[in-house]
Design a protein around this ligand. Structure first.
Ligand SMILES: CC(C)(COP(=O)(O)OP(=O)(O)OC[C@H]1O[C@@H](n2cnc3c(N)ncnc32)[C@H](O)[C@@H]1OP(=O)(O)O)[C@@H](O)C(=O)NCCC(=O)NCCS
Length: 160
């Protein structure tokens, strides 16, 4: 993963990537893991093939209850090669190495079997259904919430 190389392109190849109009950008801003949101490029054979991002969510009033929720998009040619699993593993590892977060979350549509499998292979556990929370492709969709806890992670997990 590399910083500052995000593609602007979003393709319509995946129904799980149609979030409606979003603000565009010209230069990806530099980001830090503890920024409210940010993203890193996914690089395969020296080509940018997608991005992994995060935004911080909060389960209580104190800073100790903050954790990042991660997301990913890969272009079609990079899917099914294990890249999504590895990129999400590497982002989890970055979070646990460089922040005090106790947990990393991810959320994906109940029908997005590829991402569910990629998250499970990356070490996440499915926690339950979040109903009607995500507006995507013209409707509010149900999704599964996933997490991995710091106590479940070891540095070796990043290289599996
Ligand atoms: C979802 C995504 C990140 C997964 O990354 P990937 O590199 O394609 O996935 P991987 O190759 O690491 O692993 C995918 C696993 O899911 C499985 N899989 C793929 N498509 C599947 C499907 N339609 N149904 C069930 N399993 C599927 C693969 O077989 C593999 O599991 P296995 O190794 O046990 O065989 C990627 O496909 C993508 O960017 N999709 C479009 C955007 C998106 O959906 N992002 C997530 C939004 S929450």
């Amino acid at each position: 993963m590399r910083q500052g190389e995000l593609t602007e392109a979003r393709d319509a190849e995946s129904e799980f990537d149609d979030f409606g109009p979003r603000p565009g950008y010209r230069e990806p801003p530099p980001c830090r893991l503890d920024d409210d949101f940010g993203a890193l490029a996914v690089v395969l054979a020296d080509q940018v093939v997608g991005n992994v991002g995060w935004h911080w969510v909060r389960w209580g009033p104190s800073a100790g209850s903050r954790n990042p929720m991660i997301g990913i998009w890969l272009e079609g040619s990079a899917r099914g090669l294990g890249v999504g699993t590895q990129a999400q593993r590497l982002l989890v590892d970055l979070v646990f190495r460089h922040t005090v977060a106790n947990r990393v979350e991810a959320h994906t549509d109940v029908h997005n079997h590829a991402e569910q499998r990629a998250l499970e292979k990356a070490g996440f556990t499915q926690e339950g259904v979040i109903r009607g929370a995500q507006w995507r492709d013209g409707a509010h969709r149900d999704g599964f919430l996933y997490s991995v806890l710091r106590s479940e992670w070891s540095p070796n997990d990043a290289q599996r």
